[in-house]
Design a protein around this ligand. Structure first.
Ligand code: NAD
Length: 488
């Protein structure tokens, strides 16, 4: 029998097409395949994993681990063990970092094969509400789809007047390349990327300056959680200029000439932001002032999908865009631009596409800065509780009273918990200190399970662990704490 004349055989057919192979995209593809869908996954790079695995979360964590070991060895003198000055083999550090990503790339490639997903390497753009054209190395391939998931991510924000072509002006991808260790490194933006990269380059020997527009580093986080980090890096780094903006960067033979000014937000009586020079030369400058969604790079309008001015694509609780058979997930649908949010959304989109009743109903998306000390928070921040006029009880357990924290030579940590004044239910929590990023998961579970302070305080935490500090904070709220004396 003749093939159906309506079907063009040069066109690849997909029940579910996924555009973008980052954590959100590959998760959506895997879940859809596991639910019986025939899936085509399009990724522009030769490896899967997107920004997170290749030029983001994973390589940065590999380098942050190196930084941590260097710092710990240095500080161990106080514990009676003296290590020599570290000898850094940058090429070896770089190849170790790459090997971490490569191992995960290989694992993903295997998972694609095992699930019989068709992977096309190339850049995809919509040509209609049911077709995508992929520019591959060898030509153009057309994929026709029944349903699609847009998972095309984001890119680092560029400041137009800066000389971005100069190799000494970096974005986070350049910083992770580790091509050189600049003597003087300026970091523009005291957010998570800026401060994680500052941690790495400081350990590798750069003199660090940070310039931040707002009146605190990591502006989205409560100030009491940020303060222990601020105090530590204030001693380590050459400068931290708050409420300060960069007005220009000029390429000079001797370096990048950066000009500063006090930010408009720096009105009032604050003396922060003073102290920045009019201009200074740096060997390299990392610009880490946020990320922009890639919504405008995929010709979504040809599919009828609305893209806003910034490049975001709105999605509902089922991750559907305004075109019901096209879903969107991850950085492209909005902040926070975090891999774990994208993964969760990817599962929702795949499940809905496969006809399941699913929706994004997570109560919180935790945030972690993998600095030293780490900072992690989830649920309502105290700033938000105040702004929203929510009546809350608060407890903050100081890690100076944690045997485990003292035994690792650190005492600056804090575990904070906010509970509803009437019901006692946990509303939010945050930690600053070693491994805070691991500890926050218990608070997220408590929030999802509707736990109250008593539930948490009656949960036996192993001793001596840092996790106890979460139980102690809850005991401070219930009034049963014995590890501190709180005057009634
Ligand atoms: P960010 O928004 O977290 O921080 C940018 C910082 O730059 C802010 O503090 C902002 O006030 C400041 N800023 C903005 N414009 C400035 C200017 N002109 N001069 C000086 N300061 C300026 O953005 P990021 O650190 O670039 O991270 C981008 C995204 O990636 C975020 O969504 C972040 O959550 C995510 N990310 C997460 C992790 C993690 O979870 N550990 C790690 C890296 C990145």
């Amino acid at each position: 029998m003749d093939a159906n004349p309506a079907v063009d055989e040069s066109v690849i057919q997909a029940e579910v097409l996924v555009l973008g192979g980052g954590p959100g995209g590959y998760t959506a593809a895997f879940r859809a395949a596991d639910l019986g869908k025939q899936v085509v996954l399009i990724e522009r790079y030769s490896v899967l994993g997107g920004v997170c695995l290749n030029v983001g979360c994973i390589p940065s964590k590999a380098l942050l681990h190196t930084a941590q070991v260097i710092h710990e060895a240095d500080e161990f003198e106080q514990h009676g063990v003296i290590f020599g000055k570290p000898v850094l083999d940058i090429d070896k550090i770089r190849s170790w970092k790459q090997s971490v990503s490569a191992g995960l790339n290989d694992g993903l490639a295997r998972l694609v094969k095992q699930r019989k997903i068709r992977l096309i390497q190339g850049t995809g753009r919509f040509t209609s509400s049911n077709t995508v054209e992929v520019q591959t190395e060898t030509g153009v391939t057309t994929v026709s789809f029944e349903q699609a998931v847009i998972a095309a991510g984001s890119h680092p924000t560029k400041i137009p007047s800066f000389p971005h072509d100069d190799p000494r002006l970096w974005d986070s991808t350049d910083a992770l390349e580790l091509t050189e260790i600049p003597k003087k490194l300026l970091i523009v933006g005291g957010g998570i990327i800026g401060l994680e990269m500052a941690t790495v380059y400081h350990a590798l020997g750069s003199e660090i300056s940070v310039v931040e527009l707002m009146d605190q580093i990591i502006p989205g986080c409560d100030n009491d959680l940020v303060t222990p980090l601020y105090r530590r890096i204030k001693k380590q780094y050459k400068n931290i200029w708050l409420q300060t903006k960069v007005t220009s960067i000029e390429a000079d033979k001797k370096g990048l000439k950066v000009t500063f000014d006090r930010a408009e937000s720096a009105g009032g009586t604050s003396d922060k932001g003073k102290g920045a020079p009019e201009s200074e030369l740096f060997d390299a400058v990392l610009v880490a002032v946020g990320r922009r969604p890639n919504g405008k790079l995929i010709a979504a309008e040809l599919a009828g999908v609305n893209v806003d001015e910034l490049g975001f694509i709105a999605a509902d609780k089922q991750q559907r865009t305004n075109v019901p058979h096209i879903f969107a997930i991850g950085d492209i649908v909005g902040n926070p631009m975090l891999a774990h949010k994208a993964v969760h959304e990817g599962k929702v989109a795949a499940e809905v596409a496969a006809g399941h009743k699913a929706g994004f109903d997570a109560l919180t998306i935790p945030s972690v800065a993998y600095t030293d000390p780490e900072i992690a928070w989830m649920g309502l921040t105290e700033n938000q509780a105040k702004q929203q006029g929510i009546d809350y009880d608060k407890a903050a357990f100081p890690w100076a009273a944690s045997g485990r924290s003292l035994s690792i030579g650190r005492k600056e940590g804090l575990t904070k918990i906010l509970c509803d004044k009437q019901t006692g239910r946990i509303l939010g929590a945050g930690m600053v200190g070693t491994n805070a990023g691991e500890l926050i998961a218990e608070a997220v579970l408590a929030l999802e399970m509707g736990a109250d302070a008593e539930d948490i305080s009656l949960t036996i935490h192993p001793h001596p662990t840092l996790s106890e500090t979460f139980g102690f904070a809850a005991e401070m709220i219930t009034g049963s704490i014995t590890d501190l004396y709180i005057k009634k």
